[in-house]
Write a protein that binds this ligand. Sequence first.
Ligand SMILES: [Zn+2]
Ligand SMILES: [Zn+2]
Ligand SMILES: [Zn+2]
Ligand SMILES: [Zn+2]
Length: 232
Amino acid sequence: MGKQSKGKCRFCGKEYTKASMMKHVSSCLECIKELEQNENEKTCGYFGLVITGKHDKSYWLITEFREDATLKDVDQFLRDIWLECCGHLSSFEILGITYDRDPDPFDDWGHPVKSMNCKLKSVIKKGMTFEYEYDFGSSTDLVISVFGYRGGKWKKDRFTILSRNNPISYICDECGEKPATAVCAQCIYEGMGMLCDDCQKDHECGEELLLPVCNSPRVGVCGYEGSLKYPD
Ligand SMILES: [Zn+2]
Ligand SMILES: [Zn+2]
Ligand SMILES: [Zn+2]
Ligand SMILES: [Zn+2]
């Protein structure tokens, strides 16, 4: 699939690729007006975070998080929009330290492990890139880059989604013609899991292995069926 997937700016609606959108969100006047729209005089810092599928870069999210939000807030957001299937473990890896939801102070290898319950401003800064993993078995790996930092008025929302890739359309792997509407959780491992309506009917693995096609790097993995909170 094309790595140059586009997405829409949440505020002005213009469409760009990920790299152009990262520039756009800091200059889009509409965006800034929206983000600053409140009476609050309290100020706060915000990190611009771009989150990308490690193995499929056509999936991306451009977000802004309040600097006093925690890694746990980021984890919860990623679960809600892209990942949650059956409550698997997850962790961040930042400058050689692992951040878990419920940490043992050291893992089996003597590697330092801390809690995700820490504020972003105490662990990240602009220009940094770090990694995230959901489900240590059938894992989904993400790369997170801190592409921006700005001061602004305090907002109640701990984060704002500025843009995400448009849903990606796949062609059926069996007939090579029609658009895929389901994915076989077995065949996906051989890169043959995308199926159109017709080819699903007599697919050899059976219907119980079919999952919906959804806008997430976890499409077709474990029991992932897409996000209820942030549909496409
Ligand atoms: Zn815009
Ligand atoms: Zn699962
Ligand atoms: Zn087909
Ligand atoms: Zn199959």
